[in-house]
Design a protein around this ligand. Sequence first.
Ligand SMILES: CC(C)(COP(=O)(O)OP(=O)(O)OC[C@H]1O[C@@H](n2cnc3c(N)ncnc32)[C@H](O)[C@@H]1OP(=O)(O)O)[C@@H](O)C(=O)NCCC(=O)NCCS
Length: 300
Amino acid sequence: MLLGEVFLRIRRADERDLPALASIFAASAEDLLRRYRSGDEDLLPVNADAAVPVYRHLNDTGAVFVAEDPEPVAFSAAVVREGVWFLSQLWVLPERQGKGIGSALLDETLSWGHGASAFTVVSSPHPGAQTLYLRRSMFPLWSQVDLLGDAGDAGEMPDGLAPLSDADQPWIDEIDREVRGAARPVDHAFWRGSATGMVFHRDGGAGGYVYVWPPGGWSSKPKSKIGPGAVVDPRDMPNLLAAALQLAGGEVTLAVPSTNWSALNELVRLGFRPSATNTFMASRALPDGSRYLSSGGSLA
Ligand SMILES: CC(C)(COP(=O)(O)OP(=O)(O)OC[C@H]1O[C@@H](n2cnc3c(N)ncnc32)[C@H](O)[C@@H]1OP(=O)(O)O)[C@@H](O)C(=O)NCCC(=O)NCCS
């Protein structure tokens, strides 16, 4: 494809590309944090290596595209779960932004998802990002509020909590269809490789699930993470959070849909503060974020 004066090639990525894509992510994310999330500069430098296992999972269960001219300058990734397309990654090297590369990659990734019943993304605060998605009929459904705080003494561990097992997957799939618009057992299998999954039952039936991550991730100041998580009854959200915070301990981050008032209410009561805001956008109104804690931007 000829973009201005430059010949750009877009192709599917493979395992050998993943370290180069992680380097593009690091350069682009550092620039994003410096320019549009100035409160988060203490997270720099970005640890690129932490991204590779996520890209491998996306490549194995979705599609990763790389744009070259002839060196890699940008990449994208998406998954489709039960007909719901989700844009997981879209990163262009800072010096190559604003030249049409992001648009071209996005269109290639959308073509790959042709036939999906919904198209979704967690948009960054980059001024170009929301425009790109709005032009392709993805509209804001809620803000995704990143909160940061100390788990502190979260109180007694609620009764009935148990480690998540494969036998729980069918009812978790049902909750995921309600809160996220699609079941995604392959993602749960991936999360269970690194995080601790917990479930609870209510009156003998499904109650909720949550994942707690040890300190890690791409920031230079690793913190524990909670998410994804979901409950059948919103009144159980404070108990789910109490259990997750106890398991996490120390500094913790969460990404909470702005429609999940019970989680926001409980977290600010515990001293948590918003640290950044992204925007969940979709081509139709599908999930019920009011009972959901997001896994973050890579798999929402
Ligand atoms: C967002 C991003 C992927 C867009 O890719 P890109 O190659 O820069 O975008 P394009 O050149 O295709 O431009 C798309 C539109 O956004 C606009 N845009 C791009 N950068 C912009 C900026 N800094 N300020 C305002 N508008 C901008 C372009 O002007 C263009 O609109 P136009 O056609 O009316 O001119 C890229 O800038 C990037 O990697 N940003 C940092 C990472 C990020 O936020 N990714 C999104 C994750 S959800």
